[in-house]
Ligand binder design. Structure first.
Ligand code: FAD
Length: 508
């Protein structure tokens, strides 16, 4: 199956892989550990388990690198915006220490894997900066620096910044990193596929998880797979029978541009605090050095016209990097928890052999590696002193309330749209447009291409029946509730949905 989206990482990863496992062989197969999802989380977890003596199966619903890991900006850092002051004040110093330590271990693990295997993924050590463009944010920067002191983070304040926009001051953390995430992911795949303990299958979507006494059955498009332990590394946990993740997560989208600039590339990785947020860094490779600029953040499904987000980013580029030439642009979304800490550990406290890692809130490079360590430890019954803060069964109403109530608005809108009457003017669909129309008393999602072919689907998400919106920029049907995305034919591009949309037959 061909997938339409592409990022600079897909264009530049010269170690492309070919997965040739036959999915027919999967039927009734038994593994010690089955990992669902072959992004950075899934493959790093498999990497840590490959020499234990377990038989490990890895399945991915699409192709390797097609998840968020292939669309990220790939800053590998423990500096996650301004966050440690929030953690200390809303949780505790002890929990902030755990969060930091897990991410430090994640950063160390990525470096170790690259060194041990001599992986050529354009890894570079960099200083990470979070910067302020206004006085209120400058105050936040100073508070964050105090939090660094309490936690022993070796950070520093500076006003000497090479950025073209009006940055007032920043905190830096040295010895962080950046890389080409797909070159790294493909190398992980090559290492795992050469190991006798791992079998990796693409285009096999897990549909349902059924725990039994001592083992789990996972039904997939290729039949049922049996495993003693199952890791759900599918980005958004797709099975709603346990854990209520659909109530505890939302997705947030960002847009990315890779551009050739006329100025000399600057060192360092940068992000500012307050909206509009712009993340900037250069990607250095043997071939060329490109600016990687990200921004335009919004909750998935909330923007009427996503082209506006690209436009905002392009305006920023043209104003601050005169003469820049766009090489590639793309968008993607990440899972967010309401209390801002990922869920890593047991999927549900009632099941001791089902694990999950999600909610990395756009800081998934160190978090995916930290998750691999935590899940490895849990699977092998090994203790550590940093996993408790990520416990997916935690209850944090005070810390979660603000984000939850603002997200509830989108979810309710998504559900309500389902029953709202469709206005008359939606009946005309122009070429290149997608709209929801009323056809013989029912709602139909219609996309018309430049050749006047119509693609008609039921515009109701196959996950939890929210109403879908058409994303003009990417020609996809997007769910505002939990972030599932479908192409114009209704095929799944991103979960948590596990079934495609129903096609509807309609005459022109
Ligand atoms: C715009 C943007 C920029 C970012 N930049 C950074 C950054 O600079 N630094 C940073 O640390 N983090 C960043 N992140 C976050 C980071 O990219 C992600 O958190 C991380 O890549 C998630 O990895 P993953 O393996 O958990 O998910 P994915 O890479 O999405 O992998 C999940 C896999 O599971 C598969 N799957 C899904 N459902 C099923 C199913 N039912 N059955 C089988 N397979 C399934 C998918 O096909 C996919 O391949 C960014 C995120 C965004 C949105």
């Amino acid at each position: 199956m061909e997938y339409p989206r592409c990022s600079y990482w897909h264009e530049s990863a010269d170690n492309k892989i070919e997965v040739n496992k036959n999915k027919e062989d999967l039927k009734e197969k038994k593994f010690d550990v089955l990992i669902i999802g072959a992004g950075l989380t899934g493959l790093t977890t498999a990497y840590l388990l490959k020499d234990i003596g377990y038989k490990i199966g890895i399945i991915d619903g699409t192709t390797i690198g097609y998840g968020v890991s292939g669309y990220t900006t790939a800053k590998i850092t423990v500096q996650h915006d301004v966050f440690y002051d929030y953690l200390i004040n809303s949780f505790s110093l002890e929990e902030a220490k755990q969060y930091l330590k897990a991410n430090e271990e994640g950063l160390k693990l990525i470096r170790k894997i690259i060194d041990e295997n001599n992986i050529q993924c354009d890894f570079q050590e960099q200083t990470s900066y979070v910067y302020a463009v206004g006085d209120t944010e400058l105050k936040q920067i100073k508070e964050e620096l105090e939090a660094y002191k309490k936690l022993g983070i070796d950070g520093f304040y500076t006003e000497e910044l090479p950025l073209p926009n009006n940055a007032l001051g920043a905190i830096g953390v040295k010895n962080q990193g950046q890389f080409n995430p797909l070159k790294y992911l493909y190398s992980l795949y090559n290492i795992l596929s050469n190991s006798d303990s791992c079998e990796i299958y693409e285009n096999v979507r897990a549909l349902n998880i059924e725990p039994h006494n001592g083992h789990i059955d996972v039904s997939t498009e290729a039949g049922t797979i049996h495993a003693d332990k199952v890791v759900v590394a599918s980005h958004y946990p797709f099975d709603d029978s346990f854990g209520l993740y659909f109530l505890r997560l939302y997705q947030d989208k960002s847009y990315v541009i890779a551009a050739r600039t006329t100025e000399e590339p600057f060192e360092g990785m940068y992000i500012n605090i307050k909206d509009p947020v712009y993340s900037m860094r250069y990607q250095y490779s043997e071939k060329e050095n490109l600016l990687i600029l990200a921004g335009g953040n919004h909750r998935s499904g909330e923007k009427e016209n996503e082209e506006d987000c690209y436009k905002e980013l392009e305006d920023f580029l043209n104003t601050n990097f005169k003469g820049a030439e766009i090489v590639s642009k793309w968008s993607t979304q990440d899972c967010m928890t309401y209390d801002k800490i990922p869920y890593i550990g047991l999927y549900s406290k009632s099941l001791d052999n089902l694990y999950v890692a999600t909610g990395f809130k756009k800081w998934g490079m160190t978090h995916s590696a930290a998750a691999a360590i935590i899940l490895r430890n849990k699977i092998l019954n090994m203790d550590d002193d940093f996993s408790e803060v990520f416990n997916p069964s935690r209850i944090t109403p005070t810390q979660s309330a603000k984000e939850f109530f603002s997200s509830a608005k989108s979810i309710v809108t998504g559900f309500l749209k389902r029953i709202a009457p469709v206005p008359e003017e939606l009946l005309v669909v122009d070429a290149g447009e997608g709209k929801i129309i009323n056809y013989k008393g029912r709602k139909v999602g219609v996309y018309k291409n430049e050749n006047n072919d119509y693609f008609c689907i039921n515009p109701v998400c196959a996950h939890l029946k929210c109403s879908l919106s058409f994303n003009e920029a990417e020609k996809t049907w997007d769910c505002p509730c939990h972030g599932s995305r479908y192409d114009i034919r209704g095929n799944i591009l991103e979960g948590p949905a596990v079934k495609p949309l129903d096609k509807i037959s309609i005459k022109k």
